[in-house]
Design a binder for this molecule. Structure first.
Ligand SMILES: Nc1nc2c(ncn2[C@@H]2O[C@H](COP(=O)(O)OP(=O)(O)OP(=O)(O)O)[C@@H](O)[C@H]2O)c(=O)[nH]1
Ligand SMILES: [Mg+2]
Length: 465
């Protein structure tokens, strides 16, 4: 038998939200109108096809004082008190909710009692706590404060000490993976009987999380690799409309980068079981630019020489202009997407240009080419965007039902995760980048696996917070 816990409490205190967060199930109905939940429903956490733990969402107490009066007057076998209550009142509409909410307890479930710590303790609550004590079941109380404006936590704790085996602050709207695990750890303390089985549950949860992080690592590395190596090109003839081709290539390149990211995000979101919550990063600012334009090259942080070379390819007179403009640019200052410009001789009055490679600029044959991006900064942008998305997805409790998180501005370099990378981590990134963009042929496997390990370790780090 797997452990089962009924989540009980007053109407509208956040019971369904707590179940939703604990089971990572955002399809459970949560509403600001009291009385949303009318029947007890079991939600089983399954991992790799195996039932692991079950939480039961229940309706709130409606007539706790009358119920308590019956409990107090009961003089039969204390172990049967709940079953006897249900037997007695199952057809009585007055006690309908109480019978319903106590049904999992009658089956032998443990109890998690939920209160909103931002409101004071009332007589009804004391009656509810006393009923739960009289059930004789292992029970834990959790304080799920709906607002921070008022705090009655200490009053609740005082009362809870008299009635419960364990007390915990647990917020259904903020709790992340670490807090869910801590909550399970506390549940262990409510009864020795649960201890070993809950230790197993915790172990399975942790392993499952690690597995998810490994899958996310694979998804991220694949997507990053795909974006870094991507390029578009088009053959040109003397009669080609150069502007039109550039525009088309730009669009193609941008659409592909965006789509690759979108598909990766979709899979991460599904892995963490989010159906309602979606997080939108602000667009790549650089994708708003014409990747063939001088302004974009400046944003790329190309060197003076690179810009001059690119300018020379694109058009004779522009070279000088770009050269001057580049004087104030420091390489690496701008985080932006880069495009590699390949241009053919046909563009320039039939003057044949030799195929050659200038750092970051490739001069192609009779074609215009955009990408692969040869700017290392692009890798860091891809990493940061993926990690920011991941952190929002994993830190979003399933019980929370308000608006989406605000899009984060990641223009400032300081905000990205990669800015905190150590020198050796940066070296790993640089090696990976070289391998993926085809500039490093030795030790390829090691470069790839080192990068994977790095990403996985960062994911594990983010998960711990
Ligand atoms: N801000 C905030 N709101 C919460 C929190 N927990 C619950 N709520 C909100 O409180 C309202 C009631 O939450 P539910 O989870 O439906 O409460 P319930 O105890 O299941 O209610 P009934 O089913 O009606 O008994 C909803 O609007 C929730 O979004 C919380 O921790 N913080
Ligand atoms: Mg409910």
């Amino acid at each position: 038998m797997i452990p089962e816990f009924a989540v009980l409490g007053h109407p509208n205190e956040g019971k369904s939200s707590v179940v939703s967060t604990l089971t990572e199930d955002d399809r459970i109905r949560v509403s600001c109108i009291p009385g949303e939940t009318t029947v007890s429903r079991r939600y089983t956490v399954k991992i790799d096809g195996e039932d692991i733990i079950r939480f039961v969402d229940t309706p709130g107490f409606q007539v706790p004082r009358q119920t308590l009066a019956w409990f107090k007057a009961f003089d039969g076998d204390p172990a049967k008190i709940v079953n006897r209550f249900i037997d007695t009142f199952k057809k009585d509409p007055f006690f309908a909710d109480e019978c319903e909410l106590l049904s999992p307890v009658a089956r032998g479930s443990g109890i998690i009692y939920v209160v909103d710590g931002s409101r004071p303790v009332r007589d009804d609550d004391l009656a509810e706590m006393e009923i739960l004590r009289l059930t004789g079941r292992a029970r834990m109380a959790i304080i799920n404060s709906k607002t921070e404006k008022k705090d009655y936590t200490s009053d609740w704790q005082l009362e809870f000490r008299k009635h419960f085996n364990s007390i915990r602050l647990f917020n259904s709207n903020t709790a992340n993976f670490t807090e869910r695990i801590k909550m399970l750890e506390s549940l262990k303390a409510i009864d020795q009987e649960w201890e070993s089985v809950l230790s197993y549950v915790i172990l399975v949860f942790k392993k499952d999380w690690q597995k998810r992080n490994r899958l996310v690592t694979a998804l991220m590395v694949q997507a990053i690799e795909k974006s870094l190596s991507f390029f578009v090109s088009e053959t040109i003839t003397p009669s080609s409309d150069q502007e039109e081709i550039k525009e088309r290539l730009n669009k193609k390149y941008q659409a592909h980068i965006k789509e690759t990211e979108k598909q990766m995000f979709k899979k991460i979101r599904a892995l963490f079981k989010h159906h309602l919550f979606e997080y939108h990063l602000s667009d790549y600012s650089i994708l708003k630019h014409d990747l063939f334009s001088k302004q974009t090259w400046e944003l790329l942080g190309l060197t003076k020489e690179q810009l001059a070379a690119a300018g020379a390819v694109i058009g004779g007179t522009m070279g000088a202009v770009i050269d001057t403009a580049a004087a104030g640019i420091t390489f690496g200052v701008f985080t932006a997407i880069g495009g590699i410009i390949g241009a053919g001789s046909a563009l320039f009055g039939g003057k044949k240009m030799a195929k050659k490679k200038t750092a970051g600029i490739r001069l192609g044959g009779d074609k215009l080419q955009l990408g692969p991006n040869k700017n290392l900064q692009f890798l860091y942008i891809l990493i940061d965007r993926a990690l920011i998305y991941y952190s929002h997805i994993i830190n979003r409790p399933h019980g929370r039902r308000d608006l989406q998180d605000q899009p984060e501005k990641i223009k400032s370099k300081k905000k990205g995760y990669s800015t905190g990378f150590t020198t050796s981590q940066r070296n790993i990134c640089a090696k990976f980048f070289k391998v993926v963009t085809g500039r490093l042929f030795i030790k390829e496997k090691k470069a790839m696996s080192n990068f994977e390990e790095l990403i996985e370790s960062v994911l594990n780090e983010i998960s711990k917070k």
